[in-house]
Design a binder for this molecule. Structure first.
Ligand code: GUN
Length: 294
């Protein structure tokens, strides 16, 4: 068996095109221009690239983009002041504080200062609570992108065995919750799980988000399973060159899976597309208008 490649780039392109159409409708019908504010602290090169890409995509979709750059020695109080100002700004519908933050800043305190209705990352405890209890909150972008691709491929996920490898607040935990909400039987595994091979072997859906290069071995994958690899790990090869690999041994897994996301080009591109979609959702809810149907 050779797996279908799940083309995250193509899904992201389609979703961004839908978002751009929604923006046009919101402008025409309600004079509403969704706005996304991104706050970047420090000069981490990877974060800078993400933020640049987010701004570019936001503009391309016809939305307003606001960027706040702060030095790495900014105090927690100064950062809180910026967040509180954005909470009150009517032109801003989505607020994203790029993580990780410098060690002297309490990340949880910053996230919890963001108005829950503008928390387009879905990281606020109100939003994680709403996700856990079936309420209408904001859902974290990467897991939401994964569930969209899974539902598009598989239709109903009801009753399927799913494993999420990884237990982060950003991906693992909300991913497990979304799969549970789709009536999967969900196992959350992680780097300390003792019988990981067995757990993966019985799973119809494998979502790997643990940040360990190729931790999930190809021959663990059940024949016909769907594999979503969230990992992006840069590894050094024998010749000194670097290469991006996921958390799954791709080539070997593709021999067993029915479908698998590649790294790069799988989950990554969907995250920004869903961020734009979440900004539309937030703008419509704040303005009290229905989200345009495309
Ligand atoms: N850093 C890495 N991924 C993310 C994300 O999805 N949101 C934020 N705010 N920071 C990140």
């Amino acid at each position: 068996m050779s797996a279908d490649v799940i083309d995250g780039k193509a899904y992201a392109t389609d979703l961004k095109a839908d978002v751009a159409k929604q923006v046009t409708i919101l402008k025409e019908k309600y004079n509403l221009v969704p706005g996304l504010a991104v706050v970047l602290v420090g000069d981490d090169p990877a974060s800078q690239i993400y933020v640049r890409n987010k701004n570019k995509s936001t503009h391309k979709a016809g939305m307003n983009s606001y960027e706040y750059r702060m030095d790495s020695d900014v105090t927690e109080a100064e950062l809180l002041t910026v967040v509180k100002k954005l909470n009150l700004d009517p032109a801003v519908h989505g607020i994203l504080v790029q993580l990780p933050l410098p060690k002297h800043i309490n990340e949880a305190a910053i996230i919890d200062a963001i108005a829950p209705e503008k928390d387009v990352d879905g990281f606020h405890v109100i939003n994680s609570g709403l996700l856990a209890t079936g309420g209408r909150g904001m859902v974290p972008c990467t897991p939401l992108g994964c569930i969209m691709m899974l539902k598009d491929r598989l239709g109903s996920l009801s009753g399927l065995d799913a494993v999420v490898v990884g237990r982060s607040n950003i991906v693992g935990k909300p991913m497990a919750q979304l799969l549970l909400n789709e009536s999967c039987t969900v196992t959350i595994a992680h780097s300390r799980t003792r019988n990981l091979a067995e757990v993966v072997k019985r799973s119809d859906i494998v979502v790997a988000a643990v940040g360990v290069p190729e931790l999930v071995k190809g021959d663990w994958i059940k024949d016909g399973a769907t594999v979503i690899d969230v990992g992006i790990n840069r590894i050094e090869m024998a010749d000194g060159k670097t290469r991006l690999v996921g958390d799954v041994e791709y080539a070997a897994a593709a021999k067993h899976a029915a479908a698998i996301t590649p790294v790069p080009g799988g989950v990554g591109p969907m995250t920004i597309a869903v961020l734009l979609k979440n900004t539309i959702t937030a703008a419509c809810r704040i303005a009290g208008v229905d989200e345009p149907k495309i």
